[in-house]
Design a binder for this molecule. Structure first.
Ligand code: FE2
Length: 425
């Protein structure tokens, strides 16, 4: 045995305690003693023993109460208890067993019997400890591996989705000089899906699947895709094929969200009244995700620069158009959800404008070969802050110049007041 086993002896008679301590020490054990039930419970919690020799007849808390208490608690229930008693009636022994005793010793204690019983129970306790530790180690290892697997899957998902977004952005780039459309459109769609009461997973899936709605445009020739004027009939027929090409590109996947992306790619130009394409589906025959993607796509198209239109619709004009198309282009329930999500949609649009403005503002500073701290001094200046306030704000602006909303708002103000933003830079 590497370490001495600890034996707790509990007896209210000092003579018995001393005798037991002497014997057990001679057997090679560490011996703790307690002269009453309360002290015994305290010692068990402070220094958990390997075996307890417990006198039954004690004042206040007797041995039976101590045993019951220890066997109730998770941490102490595996400690073997030997009842040491002068009571030899069967009824008394049954009571002790019911209280949780693992063995008995009769008073006066026989030295050889004491040694044999304690030795046996110490081995049982060591075995139980080993099993318990092994189980804990096993549980910790399983938890660790599960967490590693969860992290690996999360990373894999992030990388997969990021790759998809970059590929979609590459396809979109040919069309609109920017990948921002797919980002905004997917956030609008997700907001509408949430208002329609779709489950959390589908709402999140929209963020990753809607960006693929125009993946099929990669198969449309440049002279049609980039044409600034109106398409003729033949060109329009080819342009409409982007829905089918997109669905073909995304076909054959076993992944649920790619299937969702395929449905969106195929049906985002279908119209509620059946006048859409490619299949002319009508009403609820159009998958709901396609109906939601349609409204998000159209709203963003209306409010963004496009090669075929002189200038974007104002927000009011775009909202009026959506209202006008309720029950024609769009599912009435989706239109209702869209307007229920209006505040969130405006926030998405505004934050995207802010991002562009921040980017434009930083480009201005780059052009002027100024540092971020220079920007940070200009912005408060544009807000008519006093010199002291400007300098107090400077460190904050430098620290947060890339992320804080206040900076974006300041830049918006700044650009309106003092510098003409060059969007072409
Ligand atoms: Fe499209």
């Amino acid at each position: 045995m590497d370490k001495k086993a600890k034996i707790l002896v509990v007896d209210d008679e000092d003579r018995n305690l001393r005798l037991m301590k002497l014997l057990l020490t001679s057997f090679g054990y560490d011996v703790l003693t307690a002269s009453n039930g309360g002290e015994a419970l305290e010692k068990v919690h402070d220094i958990p023993p390997d075996v307890i020799l417990l006198d039954i007849m004690m004042p206040q808390i007797d041995g039976l109460q101590v045993a019951r208490q220890l066997k109730r608690e998770e941490e102490t229930k595996i400690i073997p208890i030997v009842m040491v008693t002068a009571l030899n009636e069967v009824e008394d022994r049954v009571k002790a067993l019911e209280a949780g005793a693992d063995d008995f010793l009769s008073k006066p204690v026989d030295k050889i019997e004491l040694r044999a019983r304690v030795q046996s129970l110490v081995m049982v306790k060591a075995c139980n400890d080993h099993m318990r530790n092994y189980q804990k180690e096993l549980e910790a290892e399983v938890a660790k591996r599960t967490e590693q697997l969860r992290q690996a899957l999360k990373k894999l998902k992030e990388v997969s989705l990021e790759s998809i977004c970059h590929l979609c952005r590459a396809a979109e780039y040919r069309d609109e000089n920017t990948g921002d459309h797919i980002k905004r459109m997917s956030r609008y769609a997700s907001a509408v899906a949430r208002k329609m009461g779709l489950n959390k997973q589908t709402v999140e899936d929209f963020l990753y699947t809607a960006p693929m709605h125009d993946a099929g445009k990669i198969g449309i020739p440049d002279h049609i895709l980039l044409k600034s004027g109106k398409l003729n009939d033949k060109e329009w027929q080819i342009m409409k094929q982007h829905t089918i090409i997109g669905a073909q590109i995304l076909a054959g996947s076993g992944a649920k969200f790619i299937k969702l992306a395929q449905t969106i790619a195929l049906t985002h130009h279908e119209k509620w009244d059946g006048s859409g394409y490619p299949k002319g589906l009508k009403g609820p025959k159009i998958p709901l995700v396609g109906r939601i993607a349609a409204i998000a796509d159209v709203f963003d198209a209306l409010t963004s620069k496009r090669p075929y239109r002189m200038k974007p619709f104002s927000l009011e004009e775009a909202f009026n158009y959506i209202k006008k198309e309720r029950g024609r282009h769009f599912d009435p329930k989706v239109v209702d959800a869209f307007f229920a999500a209006k505040d969130e949609i405006l926030l998405i649009r505004e934050s995207d404008n802010d991002n562009n403005l921040l980017r434009d503002g930083l480009k201005i500073e780059k052009r002027k070969q100024c540092s971020a701290s220079h920007t940070s001094l200009h912005i408060p200046f544009a807000l008519n802050l006093s010199k002291g306030e400007r300098y107090r704000m400077a460190p904050f602006m430098v620290r947060h110049v890339h992320q804080e909303r206040i900076v974006k708002r300041c830049l918006m103000h700044y650009s309106n007041m003092s510098i003409k933003v060059d969007h072409k830079m």
